[in-house]
Design a protein around this ligand. Structure first.
Ligand code: XIL
Length: 322
């Protein structure tokens, strides 16, 4: 594999990135990498509730459609993120008043309108995102609080709208959180017993150079043992998780990050081919990472491409080592 030019060439599954449509429009380097390096795209934000369904009677598919058109142009797959989440809900949803039936109608209409709009064009959906707390309990949310069994219902509604779409449960931080992992595995078993449609598990993999290799391998193995498709869905490897203002990206840190990227790819390689949905990075270049914007960590360098959209050393090392 040492002679390949692109990482995607040595992979037998899609290599993805989440993207920001504004950067696709404004930044030529970003756009070039999004099309040349990646074979699967996820909207970083624009298919989330607040953005895609800003008012009760209005959906806004404009930015999602832009990403879809860009992907089509580059023959990339599109992964849908995310139909149901406790975060980035619309204001009108937070203000909504109604009985259980009204809440169910709201959520069912939300899910089915979006899934139908993109029917046949999106390979898979993160149907529910981050439903469990670290202790394995169901996370309180608009949906959990108003709709009994909302997890199963969401999957049933999505499946009705597009029976061919692969339906994922997506979550973060399974590594080192056995209770959370157990809750996810229990949900899968329960769905199987009740014949609720679920096809995949997304492991976000927002990890750091301090994450423990054994714990990462273990949760990938446990997820794979369900027989479902596996998506490492939001990969970034933080190098400065404590936001040290004097942080320097030296060669020791670079090596540690490169090793973590390799661990993710080699662990993924152990998954049976039929279950390998893909590996998706959470954006393209270090500058674009949510760890800088959302968490306000200016000295964070979590991705495979640097601030100037150049391949990091870790990129070539992946080609050599995996
Ligand atoms: C993040 C985006 O990257 C940010 O731009 C936004 O402000 C907040 O959400 N888990 C998820 C993603 O499933 O949707 C989140 O994305 C990161 C954590």
């Amino acid at each position: 594999s040492g002679s390949a030019t692109y990482l995607k060439q040595i992979l037998s599954y899609p290599l993805g990135a989440s993207v920001n449509p504004r950067l696709l429009e404004e930044n030529a380097s970003y756009r070039a990498l999004a099309s040349s390096e990646f074979t699967s795209l996820t909207a970083e934000n624009h298919m989330k509730m607040a953005l895609i369904h800003p008012e009760a009677n209005r959906f806004d598919f404009s930015k999602g459609d832009e990403i879809l058109a860009f992907a089509k142009n580059n023959k990339s797959r599109v992964h849908g993120h995310t139909l149901v989440w406790h975060n980035q809900t619309a204001t009108w949803m937070k203000e909504f008043q109604g009985d259980q039936q009204a809440w169910e109608n709201l959520l069912k209409n939300h899910i089915q309108t979006i899934v139908k709009h993109y029917q046949g064009q999106i390979a898979g959906w993160d149907v529910v995102n981050e439903a469990f707390l670290d202790d394995g309990s169901l996370r309180p949310s608009l949906w959990a609080n108003h709709i009994p069994d909302y997890l199963a219902k969401s999957f049933i509604w999505a499946h009705e709208a597009d029976p061919k779409a692969l339906l994922f449960y997506n979550d973060y931080g399974q590594d080192g959180k056995p209770k959370k992992m157990e809750a996810i595995l229990n949900m899968v078993q329960d769905f199987k017993k009740r014949q609720i449609p679920i096809h995949g598990l997304g492991l976000q993999m927002h990890i750091s150079i301090q994450s423990k290799n054994e714990e990462i391998k273990k949760v990938i193995e446990q997820s794979t043992a369900t027989g479902l498709s596996i998506h490492l869905s939001e990969v970034d490897v933080a190098v400065n998780p404590k936001n040290n203002p004097d942080f320097v990206l030296d060669s020791i840190v670079q090596k540690a990050q490169s090793d973590k990227f390799q661990l993710l790819f080699t662990s993924f390689a152990n998954i049976p081919a039929s279950q390998q949905y893909g590996i998706t990075f959470w954006n393209v270049g270090d500058k674009d990472s949510w760890l800088r914007g959302y968490f306000k960590r200016p000295k964070e360098y979590p991705l495979l491409f640097d601030e100037a959209y150049q391949r990091k050393g870790a990129y070539g090392e992946l080609i050599e080592e995996i």
